[in-house]
Write a protein that binds this ligand. Structure first.
Ligand SMILES: NC(=O)c1ccc[n+]([C@@H]2O[C@H](COP(=O)([O-])OP(=O)(O)OC[C@H]3O[C@@H](n4cnc5c(N)ncnc54)[C@H](O)[C@@H]3O)[C@@H](O)[C@H]2O)c1
Length: 321
């Protein structure tokens, strides 16, 4: 099968490119390299296209024709919550216009399978123990809104055309499936802690008075390699032609608190970490853990790696980089 991977030179996309290549699929990468790293996908050619550009639809159709593309996995997007609050219009242009151009090209070329990177950010601040896919989505920032709008656009395309699609809502992605594919952005908890420790500084815990067992926020950490495997399962699910569900949480179904993650990192690094206890941040739900029963039942997928594996792989990748 020939799969077009947008954002394939990014952190998550490059893991999926590697898995697809390992199983013998042809891969075509489209990436504007705004946050891509060429060495993650060496050996693959990258079509440098900005999906949000006015001529992107035509460029994409041309790539799809040339390579006889049969399925698309769409990672390319801007992903920083804070930046999305500062530059909302640009986020809509990038993430929503980019997807509109891609869907138009998919329709023109008659490609009928799509897997979309969505996010637990679509849920906002749900007050539930485990988050099910069907709860009301109330994203609280432009980034999460662009992801929810993207899901709606895809659902409408599914109704209007013969497109089959899966939208994967990722929880907290971390770790590295291969040491050269690390998350180089210092924006999520594990990379931030690694960065602080390397600088000889202590990490800050934002809020220790939440209604959780140790007072710190609980999240569902998913190993990026498990997440990448979920994309392969989604592609296979679409190929069966019997897809009855299209929206799936991707997590472990288990929560870990910020304090527990920092403890795991101290063990992995064999070094004491004494975090600074800071104030709460606005918009942080106390607990966000996925209900993963739907993806287990429909895609026969479940996470294999544990928090310790995630931390160890991140540390190994960081030492290499
Ligand atoms: N990393 C996470 O924790 C996380 C969580 C939930 C959802 N997601 C989503 O997963 C996807 C991939 O995330 P990632 O962590 O690999 O991010 P990343 O920034 O590493 O990868 C995104 C890739 O898309 C490319 N890109 C961005 N805008 C583009 C455009 N307009 N045209 C063409 N290419 C463009 C970038 O150059 C980059 O290579 C994103 O859609 C993101 O919103 C990520």
């Amino acid at each position: 099968m020939t799969v077009l991977v947008t954002g394939g030179a990014g952190y998550i996309g490059s893991h999926v490119v590697r898995l697809l290549a390992e199983r013998g699929d042809e891969v075509v990468i489209v990436d504007d390299m705004s946050n891509g790293i060429a060495s993650r996908v060496s050996g693959h050619s990258v079509e440098e296209i900005d999906l949000a550009a006015s001529d992107a639809e035509d460029s994409l159709v041309s790539v799809m024709r040339r390579h006889d593309v049969e399925a698309v996995i769409h990672f390319a997007a801007k992903k920083q919550v804070g930046e999305s609050v500062e530059r909302p219009v640009w986020y809509y242009r990038q993430n929503v216009n980019g997807l509109a151009n891609l869907l138009a090209a998919i329709d023109r070329q008659g490609v009928d399978r799509l897997v979309f990177s969505s996010s637990a950010a679509v849920y906002g601040i749900p007050d539930v123990n485990l988050v099910e896919e069907d709860i009301d989505c109330r994203p609280i920032n432009p980034y999460g809104q662009t992801k929810l709008i993207g899901e709606w656009m895809i659902d409408n395309a599914r109704i209007a055309t013969n497109l089959k699609a899966v939208k994967l809502r990722y929880f907290n992605v971390a770790g590295a499936g291969w040491p050269d594919l690390a998350d180089t952005a210092v924006m999520n908890l594990i990379p931030i802690v690694l960065d602080r420790v390397k600088r000889g500084e202590q990490p800050v815990i934002f809020g220790s008075d939440y209604d959780t067992p140790d007072g710190t926020c609980i999240r569902d950490y998913i190993h990026v390699k498990d997440l990448a495997e979920a994309h392969i399962a989604a592609l296979d699910y679409l190929a069966t032609g019997e897809a009855s569900q299209s929206t799936f949480n991707v997590g472990t179904g288990e929560g870990a608190s910020v304090a527990e993650v920092i403890d795991a990192m101290a063990s992995g690094l064999n070094q004491e970490i004494v975090p600074i206890r800071g104030e709460r941040r606005a918009g942080d739900p106390p607990k966000l853990v996925a209900d993963v029963s739907r993806i287990a039942a429909e895609l026969s997928w479940k996470a294999e790696f544990r928090l310790e594996d995630i931390v160890e792989s991140a540390i190994t990748a960081d030492r290499r980089g």
